[in-house]
Ligand binder design. Sequence first.
Ligand SMILES: *Cc1c(COP(=O)(O)O)cnc(C)c1O
Length: 393
Amino acid sequence: MTAAGAGKRPAGAQGPARTPGSSLDSWIPFLDVAAANREVGAELDRAIGRVIVSGRFILGPELDAFESEWARYVGARGCAGVGNGLDALTLALRAMDVGPGDEVIVPGQTFVATWLAVTATGARPVPVDVDPGTANMDPARLEAAITPRTRVVMPVHLFGRLARMAEIAAIARDRGLRILEDAAQAHGARNENGMAGTLADAAAWSFYPGKNLGALGDAGAVTSNDPELLGRVRILRNYGSPVRYKHEVLGVNSRLDELQAAALRIKLLRLDAWNQRRAHVAGTYLRGLAGLGDRLALPPAAGSEHSWHLFVVRLANRDALRDALATAGIDTLIHYPRPPHLQPAYAELGIPAGSLPVSEDFAARSLSLPIGPHLNADQVDRVIEVVRKAVGS
Ligand SMILES: *Cc1c(COP(=O)(O)O)cnc(C)c1O
């Protein structure tokens, strides 16, 4: 279930097992979620205590407050909290009337939830290959994927870098298509037109613990400037019920609960500071790992403000670098080792290997280095040192 790292040792990590926190320990986790929670520990305790004694756990005042605060942060007119990021995507698509017989255009390389949301509505995901620099949907390939069945284009701001929304919007608008942002990795990313979450008809968010804004469990939300669309998400998330025991549509149970909303309100106050620390880590990596040419491709300098959810490098011998880092006690992850069209779950779509070459290349050659607000300068320097040594600086 780990979409991004969540501060635990990934099952595939090699090298000697180390216990985080011991005095001799020099293990560098991929992401230290517990450190973030410790930084706001007293505030979290108070907020959670307040919910416990209130006796209200579902669709209460904490959710109302978080929805307003998140909408204000993003710059959208409104927000509807749901149970997780996959449901945010699915319910936003359903609120756009996407269903069986429809097609939704998705990037070829992304976390599988982007595609699963489309499948959950009964529609068909239609992939577009990604840009070789950024791994985001390549707008130059969008037009060719549009058919009379296409209803929605769903770009992902992968790794925290904004997709090329202006170009995508120009094509989609021309063809009468709606756009849904998968903003699950882009909390706080922005360009001159605004923040992730305001660059399309709606945006879906995940607050999975490992995201830049993470809850203490699963949580998600939809933001939009369209109150009618948000109204439909609110009905869908609550059994299709606008008022108690009246069921207008076949809804689901997917609510952002009061404990999660209370925790997210606390952590939202730190989001900008934490994103700045991520950007600082990314800047140090970019300087420290520069000049390795073809041996190590770095993420291109951001043309817009990046949320630095992940720092992904690419190289021919990815697995050897991963092993060298693991031996040095440095955890890495691969986002994502197999693109959705090559997953067994999507065999029925019959999209053969080789048909999305750039997406497949990212899957084969990319490696995500540790990044997060609680990675310290010494740790970043050690990662740089081990990487440079392993790829031959
Ligand atoms: C995390 C993630 C999701 C799914 O969010 P969950 O809350 O884990 O369901 C969807 N899309 C992308 C790009 C993600 O990274």
